[in-house]
Design a protein around this ligand. Structure first.
Ligand code: ADP
Length: 170
C-alpha cells in the first residue's frame, strides 16, 4: 500500500529515487518546474529527453537524473494536458500522467517518487480539480512504489493537495 505525503518545496531537492517532470512534448526543457529540473540536472537531460521525443500528453518516459543530487537517480517526464475548458479529455489525460509515471517508476524499480502539480502552471488546469485527480490517482493505481510525495511549490497548491488527501483518507 502506497503512502502519500503532501509537502511544500522545490522538487529538485527531494530525497527520493525518482522525480516526475511536468514536461512539454519536446522533452528538451521549458519553464516552471521543467526549467528548474533541467537547470539542476544539467544539459545532458535535454539531450536524453530529445532523443525520446515527442512524448504525447498523458504518457511518461524516463531518463537518468544526471547532475541532480542523490538519491535522485531518475527523471520521469510526463506531459500534462493543456486546459481547454475540460471538454477535451483533460481529466483523463491528467490521471493518465500520474498512472503512466507510476508504471515507469515500477519498471525502474523506484520505490519513492515525487510529483509536481502537473498542468497547474502555464498549462492552466484548475488547481483544485487537479489536486483531487492527483490524490485519487496515486491512491488507486496499483504500484510497487512505497512512498509518493506530492510536492507543492506554493502555499495554495499545498492547501489544495492537503485537503484532497484528507478527504480521501479520513
Ligand atoms: P505545466 O506546464 O504542466 O502547467 P508548470 O511548471 O508551469 O507546468 O507548473 C506546474 C506546477 O509546478 C505549478 O504548480 C508550479 O508552481 C510548480 N513548480 C514550479 N517550479 C517548481 C519546483 N521547482 N518544484 C516543484 N514545483 C514547481
Amino acid at each position: 500500500m502506497v503512502s502519500v505525503e503532501v509537502v511544500r518545496g522545490d522538487i529538485t531537492a527531494e530525497n527520493v529515487d525518482a522525480i516526475v517532470n511536468a514536461a512539454n512534448s519536446s522533452l528538451r526543457g521549458g519553464g516552471g518546474v521543467d526549467g528548474a529540473i533541467h537547470r539542476a540536472a544539467g544539459p545532458r537531460l535535454a539531450e536524453a529527453g530529445g532523443a525520446l521525443a515527442p512524448c504525447p500528453p498523458g504518457a511518461a518516459v524516463a531518463t537518468p537524473a544526471f547532475d541532480l543530487d542523490p538519491p535522485i537517480r531518475h527523471v520521469i517526464h510526463t506531459v500534462g494536458p493543456v486546459w481547454h475548458g475540460g471538454t477535451r479529455g483533460e481529466p483523463e489525460l491528467l490521471a493518465s500522467c500520474y498512472r503512466a509515471s507510476l508504471r515507469v517508476a515500477d519498471e525502474l524499480g523506484a520505490r519513492s517518487v515525487a510529483f509536481p502539480a502537473i498542468s497547474t502552471g502555464v498549462y492552466g488546469y484548475p488547481p483544485d480539480a487537479a489536486a483531487r485527480i492527483a490524490v485519487d490517482t496515486v491512491l488507486t493505481t496499483p504500484t510497487e512504489v512505497e512512498r509518493v510525495r506530492l510536492v507543492a511549490f506554493g502555499a495554495d497548491t499545498y492547501e489544495l493537495l492537503s485537503a484532497a488527501l484528507r478527504s480521501r483518507t479520513e
